[in-house]
Design a binder for this molecule. Structure first.
Ligand code: 3MF
Ligand code: MG
Length: 345
């Protein structure tokens, strides 16, 4: 079992304004500097960026300005003792990415997506960070016949290779999600992501970021998805959160829907000594819409507190008793051992 200390990270989108598809924002915008202050206050060391979180308006700025702003952001983090964890090209909010980026049916949009991704690499390197997160948000279909999945898979592979070619330093963590905003996404699971990475120009530089809720939405167990990636040495970041079954992406507090499922995610991270790898633990959690502005970071504090409690639960798990149960093929006894341990008998 691991005995090292975890490093935690957040993204500015985790302190949101409470907008949902049925109603507008209900809280004032929290400035980026206030996000950094909140990160420090909550004990989060890593900052996750979309490319345009690091350099707002990067679509309209000349390359030299983009670099200057990214370098200024690097200094801003360093001054506060923070580090950049990753940069994700945000293709899904721009008008050009309306039908996806890399797999858009519009060739001009595909070119734009590749160019924007190369720019995200420049931003990452100027920030002093080498990890690019690829969340293929709109790379998929609402109308199944609208795209050719064979071609789309080749386009996703090309995109990975373009990013790898942009710099020998850069590594890619693919963050798969099976649906939302699209109906069917082209890289729905960790298996798809790792298979695609293994066919890339440099498989050693392609890994994954696992979001708990995304695995649940795919009908999979997040801890098994993590185990699969860990066994391959490919789990380079996590977005821990929770999800109440097959609904819209809820981004609930870690452990809020399934505490035992959360325990098993922490346990597999402990079993692999994830903390010692230096990779971050991020929480892709959303403040509830009802949350008042002054308490709009409570979901992050709770997620971290639950995580640390579950680390204790993993480290004090009665391994010998569990091993006996397994040796006796007495899984009912194992079930009870687990439940009693979690309940704090
Ligand atoms: C998707 C992600 C993010 C953000 C998303 C929110 C890297 O699960 O993790 O992108 O959550 O962009 O808008
Ligand atoms: Mg996420």
């Amino acid at each position: 079992m691991g005995d090292t200390t975890y490093r935690f990270s957040i993204g500015p989108w985790n302190i949101g304004r409470g907008a949902d598809p049925f109603g507008p924002a209900v809280r004032p915008q929290v400035s980026f500097d206030d996000v950094l202050d909140a990160a420090i206050a909550l004990g989060f060391e890593g900052i996750q960026f979309h490319d345009d979180d690091a350099v707002p308006d990067l679509e309209t700025l000349p390359p030299a300005r983009i670099m200057a702003e990214a370098e200024a952001m690097k200094r801003k983090l360093a001054d506060r003792g923070l580090v950049p964890e990753f940069v994700a090209p945000r293709l899904w909010e721009h008008a050009n990415g309306i039908d996806g980026g890399y797999t858009s049916n519009d060739p001009a949009a595909r070119t734009w997506a590749l160019e924007r991704s190369k720019r995200a690499v420049d931003v990452a390197l100027a920030l002093g960070c080498e990890l690019i997160v690829m969340w293929p948000a709109r790379e998929g279909t609402a109308v199944r016949e609208s795209k050719n999945p064979i071609m789309a898979s080749a386009q996703m592979l090309d995109a990975i290779n373009v990013i790898l070619a942009a710099s020998p330093q850069v590594r890619i963590a693919i963050e798969p999600k099976p649906n939302e905003p699209v109906d069917h996404a082209f890289i729905p699971t960790i298996g798809h992501a790792l298979a695609l990475g293994s066919r890339s120009a440099d498989p050693a530089r392609v890994g994954v970021l696992i979001e708990s809720a995304h695995a649940i939405l795919a009908g999979l167990d997040p801890s098994d998805e993590m185990g699969f990636a860990l066994a391959a040495g490919k789990l380079w970041s996590v977005h821990l959160n929770d999800q109440n079954g097959l609904k819209f992406d809820q981004d609930k507090v870690f452990g809020a829907a399934n505490l035992r499922g959360a325990f098993n995610q922490v346990r597999v991270l402990e079993q692999a000594n994830y903390a010692a790898s230096g990779a971050f633990v991020g929480f892709d959690v959303k403040a509830q819409r009802t949350q008042k502005p002054e308490a709009a970071t409570a979901h992050l504090a709770t997620s971290k507190a639950v995580f640390l409690k579950l680390v204790e639960k993993a480290r004090t798990f009665p391994e010998k008793i569990a091993a006996q149960c397994i040796a006796n093929r007495d899984y009912e006894a194992l079930e009870r051992t687990v439940l009693e341990h979690l309940l704090g008998r």
